[in-house]
Ligand binder design. Structure first.
Ligand code: NAD
Length: 493
């Protein structure tokens, strides 16, 4: 990909796969168009790689495995350090590419790359994270130890909403402990990963250790079915995730599957409203609502309902919408036309089901961008728990407000949805906060925090239909997912 890419893309390239240290043109006959969501311009094409191409990547990763596994751990993490430094040097360019293909505001893209780099930084501590354990004299003269060993070839399947960061929840840890790897980016936003791989290509990572295959179901199915892959990390929607989790089980593979979400923000009557509003607003409208940790429903408890509604509407009206590449813009477009149409359908559905639209973001005009996929901040009042906008993942800048009489009712409403990714409470009471974290079935809990996003040293959690598996991405969980504990019991005569 042209590294001069800044704001304008002059030629439309078909993205290449990266296999065994080389850029390879895909032979796939089917491609998927990639658009700049702020302008509607065609900016690239993604090849829908074939089964054979996916298996070529597996072959390369398998061939590289033994040598890489034998490479001392400090040498392995030195490669990660180099990649980390190179991403830092190219920070601005990477952030701009991300915004160009995904649409999010440039500061949000920078935030995403900060997190990407933190994952690399965390994985460089693998020499200490990876240590096993050792017990002497379990019987006279007999010692026992656990050693952690890599398993072979792993791969990830990534979503469209964080095209720069999500693969780094996994591969730095996977290769840090000695596995080899294949990244399958989202076909909707392939360019961020291509640019990352171009940077990595210059840094001398041994061939085959890290590979990339574009595409969709055909490539992913081949990766799961191959007898030479050990496991999969999936991030995306719950229906696809569930399907692939079952398939991975059928083929005896390790799998960690992070799915969709419907996150509730519960605002208690004793919340500090002035200080909570900015966190609430960015939870719903950050990344145009396309975050698995985004607010999905605003639950106003008791008599905070009226003042909260007023403050949220006022703040939402001030939220600026535009081309994410312009500094100061707070909210970019939806990432795709299909994504925008889906959100518009949910707004229609909310109206049909009797919710009251008190701020309508449809038809927002962004100067100079008549073909962008924009929807402005939108708010529904008088929402009830059985409405689709209260239960389903909208993935757009829409706040449905539900009025609950007390915390018990709020928690019942939260537990009625199948998801359990994140949930936040805004309160001044330690005991309410503690009760919330204790009772609410969600993997990531925020207390006076709008987006409870775990940093790289913590597991990226999730419960119910938001996560299938046991070990999560990032940190020590990732190290455990990518290694097997081998027990060795020793007696010397
Ligand atoms: P998606 O499920 O449509 O696609 C995700 C990936 O799966 C893509 O790479 C796609 O090519 C692949 N895929 C799609 N259908 C497939 C099939 N039949 N077989 C094999 N592979 C297939 O998800 P998306 O629209 O890209 O991402 C948005 C979703 O991701 C939202 O639901 C969001 O909540 C979720 N998400 C979750 C987390 C989390 O940590 N829980 C993080 C980010 C996004």
């Amino acid at each position: 990909m042209s590294s001069e890419l800044e704001v304008t893309i002059l030629t439309v390239e078909v993205m290449k796969n990266y296999i065994n240290g080389k850029w390879v043109e895909s032979k796939a006959t089917e491609t998927r168009d990639v658009f700049n969501p702020a302008t509607g311009e065609l900016i690239a094409k993604t090849p829908m790689s074939t089964r054979e191409e996916a298996l070529e990547a597996v072959k390369a990763a398998k061939a590289a495995y033994n040598r890489w596994r034998e490479t001392p751990v400090f040498t392995r993490v030195r490669h990660l350090n180099r990649i980390r430094d190179a991403f830092e040097e190219n920070f601005e360019e990477l952030s701009k590419i991300l915004t160009t293909e995904q649409g999010k505001a440039i500061d949000e893209a920078r935030g995403e790359y900060r997190r990407t780099i933190e994952n690399l930084e965390c994985a460089t501590s693998i020499p200490s994270l990876q240590m096993g354990y050792n017990t002497e004299d379990i019987a006279a003269g007999i010692d026992e130890m656990v050693i952690k060993q890599p398993l072979g070839v792993f791969f990830c399947v990534a979503p469209f909403n964080f095209p720069g960061m999500v693969p780094t929840w996994f591969w730095p840890f996977a290769i840090g402990v000695g596995n080899t790897y294949i990244v399958k980016p989202s076909e909707q936003v392939p360019m961020s990963q291509v640019r990352q791989f171009e940077i990595i290509h210059e840094l001398g990572l041994p061939r085959g250790v890290l590979n990339m295959v574009h595409g969709g179901a055909e490539a992913v199915t081949a990766l799961i079915e191959s007898p030479d892959t050990a496991g999969m990390s999936f991030v995306g929607s719950s229906p696809v995730g569930k399907l692939l989790y079952k398939k991975a089980g059928e083929y005896g593979k390790r799998a960690q599957v992070q799915g969709g979400a419907k996150n509730f923000l519960t605002i208690m009557p004793d919340a500090d409203l002035d200080r909570s509003i900015p966190a609430i607003i960015t939870s719903f409208y950050g990344c145009a609502g396309q975050r698995c940790l985004a607010g999905g429903v605003l639950l106003a408890v008791g008599d905070i309902y009226e003042p909260l509604k007023k403050a949220v509407v006022e703040a939402a009206k001030k939220y600026s919408v535009g081309n994410g590449l312009e500094e100061g813009v707070q909210m970019g477009p939806l990432a795709s036309k299909a994504g925008m149409e889906k959100v518009l359908r949910y707004i229609e559905r909310g109206l049909e089901e009797g919710a009251q639209l008190i701020l309508d973001g449809r038809g927002i005009e962004v100067k100079g961008h008549p073909d962008g996929y924009f929807i402005g901040p939108t708010i529904f009042d008088k929402v009830t728990p059985e409405m689709a906008i209260a239960k389903e993942e909208i993935f757009g800048p829409v706040i449905p407000i539900i009025h609950a009489k007390d915390l018990n009712e709020a928690i019942d409403i939260i537990h009625a949805v199948p998801y359990g990714n994140a949930s936040s409470v805004f309160t001044s009471s330690g005991s309410i906060a503690r009760e919330y974290q204790y009772r609410v079935k969600a993997g990531n809990i925020g207390i006076n925090i709008g987006v409870a996003a775990p940093i790289a040293t913590f597991p990226f959690s999730g419960m119910k239909d938001s996560f299938f598996g046991d070990l999560h991405g990032q940190g020590k969980d990732a190290v455990d997912f990518f290694t097997e504990n081998k027990v060795v019991i020793t007696r010397w005569f």
